[in-house]
Ligand binder design. Structure first.
Ligand code: MTE
Ligand code: MO
Length: 498
């Protein structure tokens, strides 16, 4: 764009606050003042890089390196740097907060690296009912904090409770350990499936399908801890009016960004104190201390709710009349109507009709075909049938009543066998159900194979929960700008090779 004016780095550096916010990137100068409140990572983070070059920041926050981000910024380009200045800008350094992140299993596929988001190889999801800790998907928004248990404390405060500080030892000794098996799923799982040329999603990570895993968690009930802090949890569970108008329990993590802001989210108080809600402060995952990536030493577990509410590295619990005001509660995980398009609206937060974009808590019914895996080539000499396996889950503790599978893209469906080796009761079906079915290959398919020809199958599944809710067929009617609660039929293409 030689038609635009040339600026010096010093000129750009002056535009570093709310009144005027410029950045440089690969020799171009952008005026992004309008974007102040739109940045998914929060305004302070955007300001932190104000007047500077984005390259070193994006080196660390690699989720920006997607073609559409730069293409979108291009519209706000106001000028260029001279070639010397461009070189100087790119060579500046930005400290790496992620140096102390743990080492991950090679079977976790990195979706973004800094912060780390990894999903297990999908075909491994059905191998074990309890996902082994090292294969459990990881969704981090920030660097993993390095917490010494000796320094760890959980602070409980806010309305209707007396402020208390608990060490890990307190949590283990003052309260009975409650165990609960629950599946966690990121509210943004399958984002890749909701993003195409006509429906763009400007938020990372673009998970494929594997942001879902299951473990047995152990720790004190949140209800017991709040009771210890003086709350009348039974009155609260019955929904009796409290003078303080208590409605939410906010969580804050030890993980902070470079500007000092920590991760946070909240759940409704009714869930936290429900005697059948199974909410805990977990210090155990599948019988071992929590691994660092999953919140060591303590995280919140709110079964049936979106992954985002299961706050890891839990530091503060605040009882309040308000929901968490953190961007992960207020901005990231909301279900917008299909006609709200963020490319235009994110810039002016709040976008129109925010009141019609509920914050995600409980999640819809979901199922995924895991075997055969996506785009696989199966040696099927003289084959007459094929086995299809996968996992199904519903938020809100709803039971998976049936899963139907199809090998012709959804024209014909057959009910699969269900497998759930643990007992869970009504509306407490927090953990997933595995399914499998051996389906006979249609005659034409068998004939082609016999003739030595390859055949590609379109395999799909759809689950039904105890409310008789089923997965939608297509994503277009419920497309949403944040890419959340994605649960239309997942199609797996597999080629049979004679
Ligand atoms: N808690 C903190 N403190 N920081 C985070 O970045 N990510 C949340 C949630 N809790 C997050 C967090 C999100 S979006 C999800 S999906 C789950 O943790 C993922 O939990 P996992 O990494 O143990 O699978
Ligand atoms: Mo998430």
């Amino acid at each position: 764009r030689p038609d635009l004016p040339t600026f010096k780095l010093d000129d750009v550096a002056e535009h570093c606050d709310e009144s005027s916010l410029w950045f440089t990137f690969r020799g171009a100068v952008y005026d992004m003042t309008f974007f102040l409140n739109g940045h998914p990572g929060g305004t302070p983070r955007l300001l932190m890089a104000g007047g500077q070059d984005l390259e070193p920041y994006w080196e660390v926050y690699r989720q920006h390196f997607r073609g559409h981000v730069v293409a979108w910024m291009e519209r706000h380009r106001i000028g260029n740097l001279s070639p010397e200045d461009a070189k100087k800008a790119a060579s500046m350094d930005f400290g790496d907060m992620f140096e102390t992140d743990p080492i991950r299993d090679p079977n976790l596929l990195g979706c973004t690296i800094k912060p780390w988001c990894g999903e297990p190889r999908i075909e491994l999801l059905t191998r074990d009912y309890f996902t082994p800790n090292e294969l459990f998907y990881v969704r981090n928004h920030l660097a993993v904090p390095d917490i010494d248990v000796e320094d760890y404390c959980l602070i409980v405060k806010g309305k209707g409770v007396k402020k208390h500080k608990f060490t890990l030892k307190d949590l283990k000794e003052k309260f009975p350990k409650h165990e609960v098996v629950t599946t966690l799923q990121c509210a943004g799982n399958r984002r890749e499936d909701m993003h195409d040329d006509n429906h763009k999603i400007y938020i990372a990570p673009h998970w494929v399908v594997g942001a879902m895993s299951t473990a047995k968690w152990g720790g004190p009930k949140i209800r017991d801890v709040l009771k210890y802090c003086g709350m009348d949890v039974d009155a609260m569970a019955l929904g009796e009016k409290t003078p303080d108008n208590i409605k939410h329990v906010q969580f804050e993590g030890y993980d902070i960004d470079e500007t000092g802001l920590c991760y946070g989210g909240s759940i409704p108080i009714d869930k936290a104190v429900d005697g059948l809600g199974d909410c805990i402060f977990a210090y155990e995952m599948n019988g071992t201390p929590l691994p660092r990536d999953h919140g060591y030493p303590v995280r919140a577990i709110a079964p049936g709710h979106a992954g985002a509410r299961q706050c890891k590295w839990l530091h503060k619990v605040i009882v309040s009349d308000k929901e968490s005001q953190k961007s992960w509660q207020q901005k990231s995980y909301r279900g917008f109507a299909p006609d709200i398009n963020f490319e235009d609206d994110l810039a002016n937060w709040p976008p129109p009709r925010l009141d019609q974009a509920p914050i995600v808590q409980e999640m819809p019914v979901q199922s995924l075909v895991c075997n055969p895996p996506q785009n696989s080539l199966l040696g099927m000499k003289n084959a007459t049938d094929i086995e299809v396996k996968g996992v199904a889950w519903s938020g809100g503790g709803r039971k998976i009543e049936r899963v139907d599978v199809s090998i012709d893209g959804g024209k014909n469906w057959t009910a699969a066998e269900l497998y759930k080796p643990i007992e869970q009761r009504r509306n407490r079906h927090w953990a997933w159900t595995h399914f499998s079915k051996t389906l006979q290959l249609p005659e034409e398919v068998q004939k082609k194979l016999a003739k030595g020809q390859q055949v590609t199958l379109d395999i799909s599944s759809k689950a039904m929960n105890s409310d008789f809710n089923v997965q939608p067929e297509r994503m277009e009617p419920y497309w949403n700008a944040r890419g959340v609660c994605i649960n239309h039929w997942y199609h797996v293409k597999t080629t049979l090779d004679p």
